[in-house]
Design a protein around this ligand. Structure first.
Ligand code: ST9
Ligand code: ZN
Ligand code: ZN
Length: 317
């Protein structure tokens, strides 16, 4: 993977004064580390290591079960909610399901649905260019977490502001979640996960470290792996010309989002993969919601279309 060296290129190619200034501005931009985020992410990760080593083995078994349930809800708020429903509009959902997914999305604390979906739409449209928020061409670390520790490349905001986002703002659930995010998110991600285990006489300390911090940290890393691992490693049976790859390890951890070569080739397919329920509990949930009448208009790419594409641009794996 070629290292990102946009700033040097900008300086070398500069012929006018404006371009020189732009080149210098870019250089300054790229060293613009947001130390607050470095400290917060460092603290979360160190706390997670402490939780894993010193708290998980002594907490109540129900607290561990609670943490797993929260992991699933946290994950579905991203996969079935922010990703497949709101960012891609790959299926439609009735109000009760949208409210449920927005609440789960608060448990995930990965920015509001609106912000998440906007970044994700830019990621697909300008994949692996400077306008991609987690451009994998800038390296594994940048695509995994580094992008959250520095200021965004100007192309991300410039190109992102040209995307149509009115469909999201037309949804009252998205608007309300965005407006009250900094009340709802801490409540759902940290406060309730910590308080509920006191029902089985768990200490607040144990509950906080296991159900809030450790669960949050693992869920973050499993999400980020889609941007890092699944943009670096795996087969490319649908389009060998792009970096996103099929990665079953990531699919297993991310509730079905590791079939990334398929997903970047057919982003509007609600299944984000070709193998049905295999390593894809998100598709399982959407299918169950369909039976209950909560999900509808689920987009599926026809088998013949997938096959033709595989023959035309796949890597034959
Ligand atoms: C997190 C997100 O972790 C993870 C997303 C992962 C995506 C994965 C994709 C794969 C899909 C599958 C999912 C699998 C899930 C598996 C689950 C398993 C459990 N377009 O942001 P600012 C505007 S978050 C247009 O401050 P800076 C913005 O509106 C973790 N405009 O930029 C604002 O305008 P205004 C927790 C945009 O200063 C202005 O630009 N959260 C766009 O460069 C400045 O925005 C954090 O850690 C856009 N795309 O700062 C917070 N973007 O002023 C991290 C922005 O008018 N974020 N704008 O309002 C930050 O602190 C900052 O954003 C920053 C950049 C430091 C990164
Ligand atoms: Zn991707
Ligand atoms: Zn996507």
């Amino acid at each position: 993977m070629a290292p990102h060296n946009e700033c040097n290129r900008a300086e070398l190619l500069s012929t006018s004064g404006d371009q020189v200034i732009e080149g210098v501005a870019r250089k300054r931009h790229h060293s613009d580390i947001v130390w607050r985020n470095v400290l917060i992410m460092g603290f979360i990760h160190l706390s997670a290591v402490y939780s894993f080593l010193f708290v998980t083995w002594k907490c109540h078994w129900l607290t561990l079960v609670w943490a797993v349930i929260l992991y699933l809800l946290n994950g579905l708020g991203i996969t079935a909610g922010a990703h497949r429903l709101w960012a891609h509009r790959s299926y439609k959902a009735k109000l009760p399901l949208r409210i449920f997914l927005a609440a789960c999305n608060c448990i995930a604390f990965q920015n509001s649905i609106f912000e998440w979906a906007r970044d994700h739409r830019v990621h697909h449209k300008y994949s692996e260019t400077d306008a991609d928020p987690h451009n994998a061409k800038r390296g594994f670390f940048f695509s995994h977490v580094g992008w959250l520790l520095v200021r965004k490349h100007p192309d991300v905001t410039n190109k992102g502001s040209r995307l149509k986002m009115d469909d999201l703002l037309a949804d009252p659930v998205v608007r309300i979640q965005k407006k009250y995010y900094f009340i709802l998110m801490p409540l759902m991600c940290f406060v309730l996960p910590t308080i509920i285990p006191t029902l089985w006489n768990e200490s607040l300390w144990n509950a906080y470290f296991v159900a809030a911090v450790l669960r949050y940290c693992i869920a973050l890393n499993c999400t980020w792996m889609v941007n890092s691992f699944a943009h670096f490693w795996g087969n490319r049976p649908y389009d060998k010309h792009i970096n996103p790859a099929q990665n079953s390890f990531v699919a297993g951890l991310s509730l079905g989002e590791g079939w990334h070569n398929y997903h970047h080739t057919f982003p509007n397919d609600y299944r984000t993969g070709e193998f049905g329920w295999k390593l894809n509990p998100t598709t399982m949930l959407i299918d169950c919601m369909y039976v209950l009448g909560q999900a509808y208009d689920c987009n599926e790419i026809k088998h013949e279309v997938i096959d033709a594409r595989r023959r035309r641009t796949g890597d034959r794996s």
